[in-house]
Design a protein around this ligand. Structure first.
Ligand code: M6R
Length: 610
């Protein structure tokens, strides 16, 4: 996730406005920043790695001449967070300049094709193909306008983008377009803006035009023209008046970051499913050759590892050991060796316990692999190979969207490894890959259809003093995660177990009205045994809250309350959709209790002490 901004004005230089607006977009990414302007046919660019304030101190981002410009604040996906990879990017001549948020999936093929035609690239980003493609379109057909050349370019792109382009040949316009990455236009008397979200221009204007996928906009001062990319048809859309306060705008109208991030999951999952092919291949090769594999992480990331251990075992027949990073040195520090492989999972890439386990493993010559949301973090620097989970910055202290992204990447990795090892039939692989691709829609449907119901459940159970969360198989991890969310956000003491373990002790706690949450996918071997576990609890007076597939009448009949997810989810992938109701439940429980879920007491987003 990155932030883009463009400004064309009749009122002085654009750069100070772009700089201030990028600051408001900084929550979308902050590993590098850049601004480009045009003045009297000359292009000015300032960019560097680092946070906006750091780069401004060094370069003075307000000091670029020209009434037109574009800017970018970056969250690295392709290419490390270095100056050379910071946006804006230009074509060979330096006349066409672009900023981009999203992922161009076919950039490698496009880049090779362009290099064969003599284009020279400066960066390792996917974005840089855009200005070069525009340059090429204009070279092939010099009569094209900038808008037409951008249309031609977009037709070649696969993937997601919100992009903004300027050219010193046509210095009176910004061309921007959208596919699966947000883009909104702001219209003032003397200026027009394009941005990743309206927070960026809200102090200048409250007149906003939302842009849809497949649309392109040409901006001039105080005016805009939208067309449909597919057929060039003009689109008429009037600006809407936005009455958000700046605080509401940062959260895009949501009361808290946590609920905003829960709602972002269909999009973050779509992102996660894109363009990791090369790294998945590389990582799966390491795992395939490994003698013993430890999956090491803390908190929510540990739960992703626990789920992954079932995925690797079921799909690739690879035994792996999920270990709490804080326990790793005590538990395995002496035995880990040159034949060991450690897959460290950390959203922040900076968690001290996880890095401690990594250092210990490296000292003993083990192979360290990483999965993180933060390209440029310590984990990416110390890993032999790492995968980026591409969820965008997560502001809420509770991990939500980053958990489902981790699960999605780990599922892709398990599938890749499975293909390599030939353990599962091609039919089953195709079926699972198709289901994985559909998960963003499934998650969307759950949020849409169940959120109100979950709000009511939170009202009903707001005074409960304790909860049980029970699941079997891979959903033991879901149960653990549901418990962690409720404890950390709503301060409700909770216990989670594999459901089969409950009768070995914890069941003695059960008395009339004790709420027990069961995670009940229908596919797989666990459904029948779970019904038995529900009966055991029910017989002792527990209140059963079940997360079930639609029309699971058998479990519905045993439940006091239930939340439904769409039918036909393969068990091995089920933690992704089944955790959504648990995230929502924790959030609404906190809201019911008057707790700010974004800032739970005693916690920090990144725990950098052991
Ligand atoms: O950045 P990491 O994934 O390494 O963080 C690990 C845990 O600190 C983190 O998941 C923590 O448990 C969150 N509060 C969970 O919501």
């Amino acid at each position: 996730m990155c932030g883009i901004f463009g400004c064309i004005t009749t009122n002085g230089d654009a750069a100070p406005t772009i700089h201030a607006s990028l600051k408001r977009l900084e929550y979308r990414g902050y590993d590098s920043v850049g601004i480009a302007t045009i003045n009297n046919g000359e292009v000015f660019i300032k960019k560097d790695q680092g946070k906006i304030d750091e780069v401004h101190k060094l370069l003075n981002l307000d000091d670029l001449q020209g009434n037109i410009g574009i800017g970018h604040t970056r969250w690295a996906t392709h290419g490390a967070p270095l100056k050379i990879n910071a946006h804006p990017h230009t074509d060979c001549t330096g006349q066409i300049i672009a900023v981009h948020n999203g992922i161009i999936e076919n950039y490698a093929e496009l880049k090779t094709e362009l290099e064969n035609r003599g284009h020279t690239f400066q960066s390792r980003t996917d974005t840089e193909v855009i200005p070069h493609l525009i340059e090429e379109a204009l070279k092939q057909n010099p009569t094209l306008t900038l808008t037409q050349a951008v249309v031609e370019t977009i037709k070649k792109l696969c993937g997601s983008y919100a992009l903004a382009v300027i050219s010193s040949k046509e210095p009176d316009k910004i061309v921007c377009a959208r596919n699966e990455s947000p883009l909104v236009i702001g219209v003032a008397q003397d200026a027009t803006y394009c941005a990743s979200d309206l927070t960026a221009f809200l102090p200048m204007t409250n007149q906003a035009v939302m842009i849809n996928d497949g649309e392109l906009v040409t901006l001039t001062p105080g005016a805009y023209e939208i067309i449909r990319i597919q057929d060039g048809a003009p689109v008429t859309r009037k600006p809407k008046t936005i009455d958000w306060t700046p605080e509401m705008a940062v959260k895009q109208g949501y009361p808290h970051f946590m609920i905003k991030e829960i709602h972002e999951q269909p999009d973050t999952l779509r992102n996660t499913l894109r363009a990791q092919e090369h790294y998945l291949e590389l990582l799966s090769t390491f795992l395939d050759r490994a003698t013993e594999v430890f999956l090491v992480a803390c908190g929510t990331s540990y739960h992703a590892c626990l789920a992954a251990s079932y995925m690797f075992s079921k799909l690739a027949f690879l035994p792996t050991y999920p270990v709490y990073a804080s326990e790793f040195i005590e538990q395995h520090g002496k035995s880990v060796n040159i034949d060991s492989t450690i897959l460290a999972v950390s959203q922040s890439g900076e968690t001290a316990d996880t890095l401690g386990a990594v250092t210990c493993s490296q000292q003993r010559a083990a192979t360290v692999l990483g999965l993180t949301n933060t390209v440029g973090s310590t984990l990416t620097r110390v890993s032999r190979v790492y995968l980026g989970q591409q969820s965008g910055p997560e502001i809420g202290v509770a991990a939500t969207k980053t958990f489902t992204s981790q699960l999605s990447v780990l599922a892709q990795l398990a599938l890749k490894l499975s293909t390599k090892r030939g353990k599962v039939s091609q039919d089953e692989m195709d079926y699972l890959a198709e289901k994985l691709d559909k998960l963003p829609e499934t998650v969307e449907a759950i949020i849409l259809s169940q959120e109100d119901k979950i709000k009511q459940l939170a009202k009903k159970y707001r005074d409960a003093k304790i909860f049980f969360f029970l699941g079997r198989g891979v959903n033991t991890a879901t149960a653990y995660e549901g418990r962690l969310k409720l404890m950390e956000i709503a301060y409700v003491p909770s216990i989670a177990f594999p459901a089969g373990e409950s009768k070995h002790g914890p069941i003695s706690l059960i008395e009339h009205g004790f709420p027990v949450v069961f995670i009940c996918p229908r596919d797989g071997q666990t459904h029948k045994t779970l019904i038995g576990n529900i009966q055991e609890m029910k017989a002792r007076g527990a209140s059963i809250i079940s997360i079930i597939e639609e029309d699971d009448e058998e479990i519905k009949a045993l439940s006091d309350d239930y939340v439904e997810v769409p039918k036909g989810i393969p068990e091995v992938l089920s933690p992704i959709p089944f955790v959504i109701p648990l995230q929502l439940f924790a959030y609404y429980m906190a809201v019911e209790k008057g707790i700010n879920p974004d800032m739970p007491r005693n916690l920090a987003k990144s725990v950098t002490v052991k």
